[in-house]
Design a protein around this ligand. Structure first.
Ligand code: 5GP
Length: 238
């Protein structure tokens, strides 16, 4: 049994809270009924959102583990709590894109919906105070993460192939998604954070089933996320 101690350290993220435990290598991550956009400028508290995000993450972490991807996932508990291996997060957000959408459309001449021949892997600084800027290879080298980038790119592409296949099976296009990685106490590189429609774009027949619904005020995210979870669970039953 894992115990949250009185001297537990609490790290408050935008939509998740991380608690240290009596086991130095284990943290508990509580998924909140909260959604933010515009780097925290828009906030809402949809009921059921934490649970569905945790359960989609659990489903996808387990699928990835089965395919040989090392993740921080350990187990889930009531009250939207997931136990995870404690990692030192690499402060680089890895974004994989299969189709042009979001910032790449705003910042380039590419049109939304353009399908890429090969997945594009991009790197952003994980720093809300600086608005998560796009990084260049030279900047990454100067930050001291030059060697890691090849490994992160390799893992991100492998994860993309697996996730894309899973979502295709339920009729959804995995447009893009964000990954975070970290090192555990034994310096193993693990996939961390969460894997839910909060950090990915999923399209079906011209409609979004992800956080863009909230960003653009176009629909109920919890309903869409629950639809995804139900469809994913049907896959396990097959
Ligand atoms: P974009 O660069 O187009 O804003 O985002 C690309 C993909 O990464 C989208 O699926 C988006 O949801 C995800 N993403 C990028 N940055 C973040 C972030 O800070 N938090 C979350 N939850 N997702 C992000």
């Amino acid at each position: 049994m894992i115990i949250i101690m009185s001297d537990t350290e609490i790290i408050q993220g935008k939509v998740k809270t991380v608690f240290t435990t009596d086991e130095p290598d284990v943290v508990l991550i509580q998924y909140e009924d909260k959604v933010t956009a515009g780097n925290g400028r828009h906030v809402d508290f949809p009921e059921g959102k934490g649970k569905v995000c945790m359960e989609i993450s659990e489903f996808l972490f387990k699928k990835l583990e089965k395919s040989g991807i090392k993740t921080h996932y350990i187990d889930t508990f009531p009250e939207r709590i997931m136990s995870c291996k404690k990692v030192d997060i690499i402060p680089i957000e890895v974004v994989v894109r299969n189709v042009a959408a979001g910032s790449i459309v705003r910042q380039t001449t590419l049109e939304e919906g353009k399908i890429f021949d090969e997945p594009l892997v991009e790197y952003f600084l994980k720093d809300d105070d600086k608005d998560d800027p796009l990084l260049t290879q030279d900047r990454i080298n100067l930050m001291g993460y030059g060697n890691e980038i090849r490994t992160l790119s390799f893992h991100a592409r492998a994860i993309n192939a697996i996730l894309k296949g899973i979502f295709e099976e339920i009729g959804l296009t995995l447009v893009d998604f964000k990954l975070e990685f970290g090192y555990d106490s034994r310096q193993n590189l693990l996939l961390a954070d969460e894997l839910s429609p909060d950090g990915m774009r999923l399209w079906k027949e011209g409609k979004s089933f992800d956080k863009d619904l909230f960003r653009k005020g176009k629909g109920d995210i919890v309903e869409s996320y629950k639809y995804i979870l139900t469809e994913l669970r049907k896959l396990s039953e097959q």
